[in-house]
Design a protein around this ligand. Structure first.
Ligand code: COA
Length: 373
């Protein structure tokens, strides 16, 4: 079996930074308008008034201060509260493919590789633009890569599941190098009218190039020591959008066709699951948690990450050991842990070890243990 390394990563950051204050102002204007419009029904107690959101609550409950969006104007328009992303004709590069190509080019460049060196493209993300043709094949064509390409979706864990798929293909000799990309437009599945979750997500795209260790040309690559995936069914994070929707008109446009979560339950159930998962994975590889230099965790909630790190290390993690990017990016689904890795991987010296760990809907958990060469 061939050894596998991560030799390059890339990040596409959307152009529009939106602060909590801007988001809350739009939400509260929507609330005021709704309550005024339904004043009579509210006074007659036939309808509950909507309640305002607060920027202080958002930062305190989640650690998020801002997010980057593909479109801010549509989201911040109280009459719309949905990104405005015009459909493109079939002959134009789709918006997610455009994000993917930008991140992929950076990953290839850092790996000192070009399209000819890659045999497989995996697009792994929470929300795909269409059932077919696969977005990955569009990205493959845009980059001029031969071989094969396919999409996969394991929600927020898509990237680690994608990494394991890439590792398998390289270990077995099926591919020399695999490009794994995570174009996330989370703003398009977020209900910006829902007070409980309107602040959670941001948009971004990450890319990871994996290849055979004995063929890598870039310096300072990261050897994959092991990958471990786990899933357990839960309805606590769910989105019922799908191709069957049109077969029952009653459901079309209902809130369950967007992201819905029971945040408290997710917090309580997922933290122990992830802590145990990482500890078991390290134990399996005979690595002590204290010997891990950096944990690049999924970026959904600051307190969640602090709790997971505490469960793994038996003490508080320093910001250096568990880097935070959700303050700027919010939850970018599968891209989150890879953004943390991309921006903070240089904290590792030669032979230092680190863990990428994702978790989210499914539930799903994935960990990738790395050592810097
Ligand atoms: N502004 C002001 N107050 C708000 C609010 C908002 N936008 N949203 C909720 N609140 C209030 C609630 O009404 C509640 O008030 P009460 O105590 O008077 O009833 C209080 O804040 C607590 O609400 P709760 O929903 O329990 O908040 P929380 O502390 O659980 O934080 C999340 C909410 C979503 C930040 C948190 O649960 C979370 O991050 N969970 C994990 C999410 C996750 O990782 N998901 C994975 C997706 S991939």
């Amino acid at each position: 079996m061939h050894k596998v390394v991560i030799s390059g990563t890339g990040l596409f950051t959307p152009p529009n930074a939106v602060s909590n204050e801007q988001l809350v102002a739009a939400f509260n204007e929507y609330v005021a308008h709704f309550n005024a419009e339904h004043a009579e029904a509210i006074a007659a107690q036939e309808l509950a008034p909507l309640v305002a959101s607060s920027a202080e609550f958002i930062e305190k409950a989640s650690g998020i201060r801002q997010r980057y969006l593909m479109d801010a104007a549509g989201v911040l328009d109280p009459a719309r509260m949905t990104p405005s992303l015009p459909e493109r004709d079939n002959d134009s590069l789709s918006i997610q493919a455009e994000m993917a190509v930008a991140a992929a080019r950076e990953a290839l460049e850092l790996a000192c590789r070009s399209a000819e060196d890659v045999d497989m493209v995996i697009v792994a993300c929470s929300n795909l633009p269409r059932p077919y043709p696969a977005l990955a094949i569009e990205v493959q064509q845009a980059l001029g890569i031969r071989g094969c390409a396919f999409d996969m979706n394991v929600a927020c864990s898509s990237a680690t599941f994608g990494i394991q798929t890439a590792v398998n293909a390289i270990q077995s000799g099926q591919a020399r190098a695999v490009l794994m990309v995570n174009p996330e437009i989370c703003s398009a599945h977020l209900n910006f009218r829902d007070r409980d979750s309107h602040f959670i997500f941001g948009d971004a795209c990450t890319a990871v190039l994996l290849e055979r260790a004995d063929a890598a040309v870039a310096a300072g690559v990261f050897e994959v020591l092991g990958t471990r995936l786990a899933t357990a069914f839960s309805n606590n994070i769910r989105n019922n959008f799908g191709f069957l929707n049109r077969c029952d008109e009653r459901g079309i446009g209902q809130p369950d066709k967007l992201f819905i979560q029971q945040g408290r339950k997710v917090f309580k159930e997922v933290c122990p699951m992830v802590g145990e998962h990482i500890v078991d994975h390290l134990e399996q590889l005979a690595i002590r948690p204290d010997d891990v230099r950096c944990f690049w965790l999924h970026q959904a909630n600051l307190a969640m990450n602090q709790l997971i790190a505490r469960r793994v290390l038996g003490r508080e993690a320093t910001p250096d050991e568990a880097p935070v990017i959700l303050d700027r990016y919010a939850n970018t689904s599968s891209a989150g842990s890879i953004i943390a890795f991309h921006l903070h991987k240089d904290r590792l010296g030669t032979n230092d070890m680190g863990v990428i760990c994702s978790f989210g809907a499914g539930y799903s958990v994935g960990s990738v243990v790395l050592r810097k060469n």
